[in-house]
Write a protein that binds this ligand. Structure first.
Ligand SMILES: Cc1ncc(COP(=O)(O)O)c(C=O)c1O
Length: 477
């Protein structure tokens, strides 16, 4: 029978230690075998076998850990496999698994207060702001991802435009606002405006140029048109790495325009931010990003840090605080003790309770070093180029757009891209996702995978070609 104070503790620490070691062995085994473990379909009845009863009596650690390794771990997303190119899913890092273990052991709440985890987050954010080229007045916060970071960034933009009073008065009395973006901009911008209460009517879509970037003349004309109609520009969204094409908007030009027009420039750099670590020519793709007013990026994409972790950077710390800071009496700052310390991250975002996301980032950067990350990111860009070459040489595939960075989209000559993607996934040969380019469905690879080799690219394209040829044969019969 458990007693007061240790009812939830392991019944026997020695047994628990053995069970934890065994679990760790299983996890290490899975990570070592990642190259042979693609996504696999779920067995029928898995959901049922995981159901929890209101009257659970507790099965003990050993039996429960067995569930973890036998019934749950095998059915992962598959983004740890080298032929996974779907959506924009990072691959994960073995070294950060160690960090996750330590973070869970510490169980720190990073909303605020004076403890070591806060210093780790500060160190990560200082490093990130330097990488972005932001000045000493800037601030940042780790988020669950770019979607959340976007809400924070556009809220800060709104504070700059309408003042912090808006936190009290709300949006009822505001004029109609406008946010400028291209057709292919990620849906997180629209979602942010929805939850901020402006709705998607606030979006002004700007034409793209031949290189699929935001067209500067079209942007200027759109702003003039909106202003003449009484709409107030809130922000221009520049994308550093478009989700569908990997194209980078001309951030430098956007910054010059926004600066002159007095409009906030937000850069969605969810994955493209990390080209700053790559070789040329990719390193220069987000030239000018340091002049943005805010940047959103993700560690869980091209930096391979395990899910989830993104970041929001704001050029003006004061504005950032004005947008979110709130200290009711139960959160009063102490001069000394645990209730003291420097920045409390609850003052820079929406969440009060926050996990120790920073540790897996800090550990990855410290253990692996920037050169290796830069090389892996450059490898991915070269691999996207190789994929495009193979597609261009293929007699059954057609490239949808030139490759700028790490995204390659192509049309199969025969068959439905969605069905082809599904068959490849079910075979375990490769994971592509799909999208539409110029209104036509295509297969899409977004390569943010540090395990991928050129051979994986060659084999994956061969697998696609085999499927398309099969389709051609079937339609002839
Ligand atoms: C360009 C871009 N922006 C935003 C997002 C959303 O990021 P998250 O999934 O971290 O919220 C993505 C996700 O793929 C993306 O590619």
């Amino acid at each position: 029978m458990s007693e007061e104070g240790d009812r939830l503790e392991p019944a026997d620490w020695e047994d628990f230690g053995d069970e934890m070691h065994a679990l760790l062995e299983q996890c290490i085994g899975r990570m070592k075998a990642a190259r042979d473990l693609p996504w696999q379909p779920l067995p029928a009845g898995l959901g049922d076998s995981l159901k929890l009863e209101p009257s659970e009596t507790g099965s003990g650690t050993a039996a429960t850990f067995r569930h973890l390794t036998e019934d749950i771990m095998p059915y992962a997303t598959g983004n740890t496999h080298p032929a996974f190119f779907g959506w924009v899913h990072g691959t994960g890092l073995p070294v950060s698994v160690g960090a996750e273990l330590v973070a869970a052991t510490m169980n720190s709440n990073c909303g605020g207060r004076d403890h070591g985890a806060m210093k780790v987050e500060q160190a990560v954010l200082d490093w990130l702001l330097k990488l972005a080229g932001f000045g000493s007045d800037a601030s940042a916060i780790l988020t669950s991802g770019t979607s959340q970071a976007t809400i924070l960034a556009l809220s800060a933009a709104r504070t700059r435009l309408f003042g912090k009073e808006i936190r009290k008065t709300g949006i009822q009395s505001l004029p109609e606002i406008a946010v400028y973006l291209c057709k292919g901009t990620h849906s997180c911008i629209a979602k942010a405006l929805e939850v901020m209460g402006h709705g998607t009517d606030a979006l002004t879509f700007v034409e793209t140029n031949e290189a699929l970037q935001m067209d500067m003349a079209a942007l200027k004309a759109a702003v003039e048109r909106d202003r003449a109609n009484g709409r107030v520009p809130l922000a221009v969204i520049g994308t550093a790495g478009a989700v569908d094409t990997g194209v980078f908007d001309p951030i430098d030009d956007l910054a010059a325009f926004c600066n002159e027009a007095g409009i906030w420039l937000h850069v969605d750099a969810a994955f493209g931010f990390w080209t700053r670590l790559a070789d040329q020519p990719w390193r220069d793709l987000c030239r000018g990003i340091e002049k943005a007013n805010s940047i959103a990026c993700d560690f869980h994409k091209w930096m391979s840090v395990p899910y989830d972790c993104g970041a929001c950077m704001i050029y003006d710390r004061e504005l950032h605080l004005q947008t979110f800071s709130s200290r009711p009496s139960y959160l009063e700052h102490q001069e000394a003790g645990l209730g003291g310390g420097g920045t409390w991250y609850c003052d820079l975002g929406l969440e009060l309770s926050r996990g120790f996301r920073a540790l897996k980032v800090w550990t990855a950067v410290k253990a692996i070093g920037m050169d290796a990350f830069g090389n892996a990111i450059s490898d991915n860009c070269r691999q996207a180029g190789l994929m495009a070459e193979l597609v261009e040489k293929s007699d059954v595939l057609q490239l949808a757009h030139p490759v700028t960075s790490n995204v390659c989209c192509f049309y199969p000559e025969k068959g439905d891209p969605n069905e082809i993607a599904a068959r490849l996934q079910l075979q375990g040969s490769a994971v592509f996702s799909t999208t539409k380019q110029k209104g036509r469905s295509c297969l899409r690879a977004a390569i943010v995978n540090h395990r991928t080799t050129s051979m994986d690219i060659i084999r994956s394209i061969e697998a696609v070609e085999a499927q398309v040829r099969l389709e051609a044969t079937n339609t002839q019969v």
